[in-house]
Design a binder for this molecule. Sequence first.
Ligand code: FA5
Length: 342
Amino acid sequence: MNPLDEVRSSWASLASEINAADETKLVELRSRFLGKKGEIPGLMRHLGSLSADEKPVYGAAVQALRQEVESTLDRLQEQLRSAALKARLESERLDLTLPGDRSEAGTLHPLVALRDEILDLFTGMGFEIADAPEIDTEWFNFSALNVADDHPARDMQDTFFLSRERGEDSLVLRTHTSNYQPHAMRDRKPPFRLLSCGQVYRCDSDATHSPVFTQVEGLVLDKGISFSHLKATIYTMVRALYGEGAVLRFRPSFFPFTEPSAEMDVDCRSVGLDRDGWMEIGGCGMVHPNVLTNSGVDPEEFQGFAFGFGLDRMAMLRHGIKDIGLLTAGDMRFLRQFKGLA
Ligand code: FA5
């Protein structure tokens, strides 16, 4: 048998093996028959021993065999590839008609939603948002605000003291956001309009009092500020939050850091609640000259007003919540009803 027939028949004898070949076997066969030192290129070595007439015939026959081997191997390789792809697609198949895993979208807590609304409202009126520490000294929380040493608010019953010793530098959990006032007056020069919102702490607990609650504090210092500026500002806020029909009353009161001072109550029925009575939402007044002096501001030159609202109370009023504790209890049965808040 001549070498060409030998290679042809060895290729032909592999037919059944070839058809069932895997990827490795195909690579092996490709190298055996078509590789540089493979059987088919090896056939060309015999060209030299052939006559001029035989050479083209022999060359064409070798070329034909090469093409047959090549196309067979290519076809098989392609079949293997598409079978592998089909298997993969099959194993990774997604049934898009199955119901999906729905993840419940979160929603804003009613206190956060209300706080954001109030911050938006006041920034719209030219107020700048600022912060004060929740742990502060007795001086900032009380003395700078003209609260006398023997004032009942300093009493152990009302304030969480963090230091064993009592004194101007001893630390307390702030009892109100008014601690912000002396910080603000020391840190910047009037005129300014500032708003601060944050948590405050008191030994206090019943349906309308919580030991941890949130206050929103405003402070405006400028020349020629009067109580009517204060009233207009508060009315703007209350009407924006509760509607034009909201009835607000200013009740004369006392705070050591404002003079005159008032507490503000909203008529529950006027904001759509099904109950009689007033809900106290905050305190306010004209900044006391002693507070200005304590913080290095000349009361002859600048006057101002301040207010502090209980955010939790305002949320109770808005949503008709009867127990303040629900706002911080983290009970999903209660919180789910505020789903639409954004
Ligand atoms: C003050 O805290 C003053 N710093 C407010 C102020 C600021 C007056 C600036 C003048 C100038 P008062 O203790 O009344 O005031 O508290 C203000 C509001 O916080 C109350 O009207 C009420 O809405 C809310 N509040 C008071 N105590 C609690 C409590 N334990 N739980 C929930 N809200 C409370």
